[in-house]
Write a protein that binds this ligand. Structure first.
Ligand code: KG4
Ligand code: ZN
Length: 338
């Protein structure tokens, strides 16, 4: 049966999202981003769950409307089971279970991290599916991993952060510089006008394919405090150079780790995902690596990089085709592993 319509639902963190996919093509991709967390400088779990509760019905209704289909045409409901914030996951999980029960159609649990990787298999312009085996670098506010992907559902984490995620390094450094949350995109914007060699930040030393970012954030804090002591206007006068130097360090660090993973596995096909893949520095470094090291690189469209439900729906469709379903017994799992 190729005439399937899968509804995907994502609620693992602070975005409430719903999408409809049909034969690998996204018919609707709706995301309600929660603004409430901006004033707190980070995601407040209790507020996130409440906002999901408020948003989920309108977001799903809008996705069905935009896809121009009726709920009775749906073949299955795919939802994010984990990893993520428990209160947030519970909203999407309960909603999806109820809807699947009401419509009497299959329920499909999806791992959020697997979905970031399989988002590459969404059929879209400007997006090419990687060939197996490939290496996936997943970089976001919640995760930093290098995964060896052998087939759709066979993947192995070969490197990961031992503390903060790379997105946190961006966001926490941005906070130190007085920028609003999430600061990653702002650092990127300033970085493009600055000198990446103006200041030096040391790259934390851990195992060849692992990452550490908490030390970098502390280095930025001490550096900025020291400079502001000497010149109270240091930040406003040097924001571009500080951002450029910091971004340069982070991108170089990510690329070093990827190079180590290529060396260790012999795999030169690389796919990135997660919100930080929007970063102009990492995008350029990956494109350059095609020439420099003969890698083949894949960067998904921006809307499929950040948290979204289209990636949940594509995993739903891949599982649907293989008849991989879940029962109503399924529960959210905040610490779900790949
Ligand atoms: O995947 P995502 O939307 O949510 C999860 O964390 O799962 O990623 C959000 C993260 C935030 O830390 C944000 O600052 C970062 O991605 N981000 C960026 C850029 N755009 C988003 N970081 C650096 N440069 C960007 N252009
Ligand atoms: Zn994510």
């Amino acid at each position: 049966d190729t005439n399937t319509y899968i509804l995907g639902i994502e609620s693992s963190c602070d975005d409430t999202a719903a999408a409809v996919i049909h034969n690998g093509v996204v018919l609707a991709n709706v995301v309600a981003t929660q603004k409430i967390h901006e004033e707190y400088g980070g995601v407040v779990p209790e507020l996130a769950s409440r906002a999901h509760q408020k948003n989920i019905v309108p977001v799903v209704s809008q996705a069905l409307r935009r896809a121009n289909i009726d709920k009775n045409q749906l073949s299955a409901i795919a939802f994010t089971r984990g990893p993520g914030l428990m209160g947030s996951l519970l909203v999407g999980t309960s909603f999806s279970k109820s809807l699947a029960m009401g419509l009497d159609i299959p329920l499909i649990a999806v791992n959020h991290m697997q979905a970031h990787i399989l988002a590459h298999f969404i059929k879209a312009e400007d997006q090419t599916a990687p060939n197996f085996p490939f290496l996936a670098l997943t970089i976001s506010g919640g995760h930093t991993q290098i995964v060896k992907v052998t087939s759709y559902f066979e993947m192995e984490v070969i490197g990961q952060t031992i503390d903060d995620a790379v997105g946190e390094a961006f966001d926490k450094s941005a906070k130190i510089l007085g920028l609003p949350y999430p600061g990653g995109p702002l650092i990127d914007t300033y970085a493009q006008q600055g000198n990446p060699k103006a200041f030096r930040f040391t790259k934390p030393k851990v195992k060849p394919m692992d990452f550490s970012f908490s030390g970098l954030k502390t280095a930025v804090l001490y550096f900025v405090e020291k400079q502001v002591d000497l010149n109270p206007d240091f930040i406003s006068e040097n924001i571009e150079d500080v951002c450029a130097s910091l971004q340069h360090t982070i991108v170089e660090y990510l690329m070093d780790k990827l190079k180590n993973a290529v060396k260790a596995t012999g795999i030169k096909e690389i796919a990135i995902g997660g919100g930080v893949s929007a970063n102009s520095g990492i995008r350029k470094a990956l494109k350059d690596a095609e020439q420099k090291y003969g890698w083949k690189t894949h960067i998904p469209n921006f809307e499929y990089c950040t948290d979204n439900a289209a990636m949940i729906a594509i995993v739903g469709e891949l599982k649907y085709k293989q008849g991989i379903f879940n029962t109503q017994e399924i529960a959210a799992n905040a610490r779900m592993k790949l």
